[in-house]
Design a protein around this ligand. Sequence first.
Ligand code: ADP
Ligand code: ZN
Length: 531
Amino acid sequence: LREGDAEQTDAALQILSTVFGYDSFRGEQAQIIEQVAGGGDAVVLMPTGGGKSLCYQIPALLRKGTGIVVSPLIALMSDQVAALEAVGIRAAFLNSTLERHEAQAVEQQLLAGEIDLLYMAPERLVLPRTIDLLQRAELALFAIDEAHCVSQWGHDFRPDYMGLSVLADAFPTVPRMALTATATEATHRELTERLRMEGAKHFVSSFDRPNIQYRIEPKASPREQLLRLITAEHEGESGIVYCLSRKSVETTASWLNDRGIPALPYHAGLDARVRQDHQERFLRAEGLIIVATIAFGMGIDKPDVRFVAHLDLPKSIEGYYQETGRAGRDGQPSTAWLAYGMGDVVSQRRFIDSGEGNEQFKRNARSHLDAMLGLCETVSCRRVQLLRYFGQELGTPACGNCDICLNPPRTWDATVPAQKLLSALIRLDRERGQKFGSGQIIDVLLGRENDRSRQSRHDELSVWGIGDELSEKEWRSVMRQLLARGIVDAEGEYGVLIPGTQAGPVLRSEETVDLAVDRTPAKSARSRPRP
Ligand code: ADP
Ligand code: ZN
């Protein structure tokens, strides 16, 4: 250590304790702060709750001038600023919610050197007018938060982030930081390049969250399953329940309330005041559940969230990891629970295929979904898989704290059923020119008559009834797992099943298919609302 560094480290520790009230740095905070306070650039990959904020707040205070914080989360800026002001830091934000004269006042303070930290959204920062303003001010650093938003490969792309590459040329002497809780190698590489952080030092923390227990189970009656999770393990505790649609957010929240579980809905369709109110109640109260779309949670810092439940399949592992990461920030045991079914897969594939966006975008979305499915259908440790997705190794072969480790699935050789299913798809297509969703296919495999099979004389096909060694429930499990592995695929508006890209070797018996024994919970008798 040079003398200057030692002094700086002392000063950083001083600020940590006197301003923020903590006595030691966590993880790599000290090294990151040292790098940036010394004028260098830094790329920081740290899981949610890891303590990224201090990594730019402290160097901004250590250096002369104002630290500019770039964030896409306009709605959170005033809270963030209020929290900083509460500990005596001169903070402000510039965004579209300010009146013109308010913005002008902030600009004057900036030029007068009276602001330590200034938050703004990327679209504002890249305006020539803002760049010009900043060039007249003294700047301590740029901190680009949620930096994965610059990655087109990632799950949260925001075009405005692309413009941030101008900072490199416009402010060659101001240190820049990129911070994110997303850690795939592809995103890491892309953000480094697009933000022109070639000279930066990289700080990649472990993404393991050992206190979170990961559990994924097939969907039977999802709300009942959720209710069982809450009453058996998390009664009276805080939790977040994620649903895909606003409607299911509403119905799930009132369904829980009807059963005596206090729950509040949160989605972008609610009035801003209601949303704010629900968020605040959730943050303050103990034992309240928030049922939300993924619009909820960015920047939410509630330490004692004991469980995060997904009632629908997340679109990517990145999203899943971020959302589940909101559980257990206090380090106490917490549950990440997900229920998913084949319907999720079919509807999401359909959504991607029929959605906007170019081919490349769709390909990315499909591969994100496939990776998520792979995690759902794995028969080995979830944590190992999750970390491997982020390019990290756990260090042990299994974690002992996920459903697979705690209750290893039995597997069985499903090669023959897979071949029967594929043959049924091929026969129906070749001999009848028909493609169907899972229900009709199962009827053919089981030899179960219905109007359509009578009309199309399915009973004359060689595949009629060839699958009656399995039950309907078992067939559903087989289909879901084959879908996850690309052995079958779902296409078109109705999600009809077709042989997938991985079907060939299975049909030719070149590959065996080992599947997990189905763990779909039995559909229980509907639970009645509690009085
Ligand atoms: P991130 O942005 O990485 O999700 P935050 O910066 O919001 O994480 O920090 C998460 C929580 O950890 C906050 O409550 C913060 O005050 C706390 N924290 C951060 N660094 C430390 C530290 N060195 N000691 C104690 N608490 C810390
Ligand atoms: Zn495990």
